[in-house]
Design a protein around this ligand. Structure first.
Ligand code: UDX
Ligand code: UDX
Length: 473
């Protein structure tokens, strides 16, 4: 087939679909890109007059949207029309972990992938290339193909009968939130998996508008799907590895920053992804490892399954360990203590809180009776309420487990017994610690789980300081 791709539809206007299509449309001004979503409110926000109100915060995204929205980038709920018009469709819907049924707590729930495929089968016209963009378990393409191939003929003008044809390829997304626009404009690589050479060439041509040819890797479908899961599993494994070492550092007197720098300078190990933390979060790492574990078990590879499952075990252990240390430093009781949590997103530069370590640590501290004051530069009170599954309350001496949201950092720390830094927002690096500590109730503590402040910064100030991987030095 010789036609060029002129019209793209992306189903799913989330953290992946939105930014990915914004960069694609920016780099391919001749292609019309329709991003569609079931969620009416989300689309309304994408179309907000004030681009700062778009639903996803990513550095650089609002600028692209303001430049090309309604030129060749469109956001709508018009799924049917957009599928009909499209030569190529990206499926970018969410694939959460199943909570019941076969594979519960491990396998991904593919109901959204399935319903998207059904919509494509129903509305597509002529030949359509379908690209899996969502992270999916290996062999999901088979499911999509089966649904698409059972679609009926389409009768155009009541004269010409066209058999709908589809080809399914995989092109998983490797963007990291907070860095998405940079990752999309200048990726380490893009991956295309599939068998149909013509479709692969067409997607390559699109990517080649801004990505050097040598960075476009073509594999078979299953390698592409498995590579995405494996890349995330390896990254998560590095974090669990360094987090396990952070605990050993605290016991032995070694310093985690020094150990990370020392091992990271070995070019075989490399310096990235060696920052100890309260545990990895985000929508992908845990879900993808659980998928891998499920896949291993399915094929009877139990030892491999256990190996990967331990990456998650360490991650949970790290969150529990930190919560226990906080309680311990207050001699086993934090009931009624005012604790300010700095950071609720799962990492800096995003408003995403999915699987954030802050959720578990906040819940642990609330269970222990603390009064939490939560601050985050980008996460809303409504989101925190959703994640903690309870409304904020007004501080009251008769209530035991409560939390409040506070935008003003000075109010958040006033008379606080402790500050716990959980997200590495730059904003927290540059605070006036002298002033903050002055307003706290003595004896007070700072717990830094992101290596944000050095002990020199706090020298001569009246504060107890614990930092992850260093302890109380
Ligand atoms: C992504 C990936 O696509 C997923 O595979 C990955 O593992 C997690 O991240 P993300 O973009 O982060 O998903 O998810 P989300 O922000 O929840 O966006 C998905 C969007 O798809 C939502 O806006 C939802 O309304 C939409 N959707 C879902 C549809 O439009 N149609 C559906 O049938 C289902
Ligand atoms: C990840 C992958 O990086 C990306 O390629 C994939 O497409 C989606 O999943 P994301 O979850 O957005 O991206 O963020 P990432 O930067 O990988 O961070 C994930 C978690 O690991 C965060 O909670 C972060 O704080 C934590 N992390 C990261 C560490 O604890 N230490 C590190 O050194 C790096």
């Amino acid at each position: 087939m010789t036609y060029m791709i002129e019209n793209i539809c992306c189903i799913g206007a989330g953290y992946v679909g939105g930014p990915t299509m914004a960069v694609l449309a920016e780099k391919c001004p001749n292609i019309k890109v329709n991003v569609v979503d079931l969620d009416i409110n989300r689309i309304k926000l994408w179309n907000s007059k004030n681009v700062n109100e778009i639903p996803i915060f990513e550095p650089g995204l609002a600028e692209i949207v303001s430049k090309i929205r309604d030129k060749n980038l469109f956001f709508s709920n018009n799924i049917e029309e957009s599928i009909k018009e499209a030569d190529l469709i990206f499926i970018s819907v969410n694939t959460p972990t199943k909570i019941k049924g076969l594979g519960a707590n491990y396998a991904s729930d593919l109901k959204w992938i399935e319903s998207s495929a059904r919509q494509v089968a129903k509305f597509a016209i002529g030949h359509t290339i379908v690209v899996e963009k969502s992270t999916v378990p290996v062999r999901t393409a088979e499911l999509i193909k089966t649904i698409l191939n059972s679609s009926e003929d389409f009768n155009l003008n009541n004269k010409n009968k066209y058999k709908k044809t589809f080809s399914v390829i995989s092109s998983p997304e490797f963007l990291a939130e907070g860095n998405a626009i940079k990752d999309l404009r200048n990726p380490d690589r893009v991956l295309i998996g599939g068998e149909d050479k013509d479709s692969i060439d067409k997607l390559c041509n699109i990517y080649e508008n801004w990505i050097p040819k040598e960075k476009i890797l073509v594999t078979n479908l299953w390698s592409s799907e498995l590579s995405k899961l494996t890349a995330n599993a390896f990254l998560a494994q590095r974090i669990s590895s360094i987090n396990s070492i952070s605990a050993i550092c605290e016991k032995t007197g070694a310093e985690i920053g020094e150990v990370s720098a020392a091992i990271g300078s070995d070019s075989r190990i490399g310096p990235k992804f060696l920052s100890s933390s309260p545990g990895f979060g985000g929508s992908c790492f845990k879900k993808d490892i659980l998928n891998l574990v499920y896949l291993c078990r399915y094929y009877g590879l139990d030892v491999a399954a256990e190996y990967w499952e331990n990456v998650i075990r360490i991650n949970n252990w790290q969150k529990d360990r930190i919560s226990k240390i906080i309680v311990d430093k207050f001699f086993g009781t934090i009931t009624g203590k005012k604790i300010a949590l700095f950071g609720f997103s799962f990492k800096a530069n995003t408003n995403d809180t999915r699987e954030s370590a802050s959720i578990d640590i906040a819940n642990n501290l609330i269970d222990n009776g603390a009064k939490l004051v939560i601050h985050d530069p980008r996460v809303s009170q409504k989101q925190i309420e959703f994640d903690l599954k309870q409304s904020p309350s007004i501080f009251d001496q008769f209530q035991e487990s409560i939390w409040v949201y506070e935008e003003d950092i000075m109010k958040a720390v006033k008379l606080a017994d402790a500050i716990v830094i959980l997200t590495e927002w730059d904003y927290y690096r540059n605070l006036n610690w002298k002033l903050i500590i002055k307003g706290m109730r003595k004896p007070s503590w700072i717990f830094d789980t992101r290596g944000l402040i050095s002990k020199e910064t706090l020298k001569d100030l009246e504060i107890n300081f614990w930092s992850l991987g260093n302890g109380c030095k």
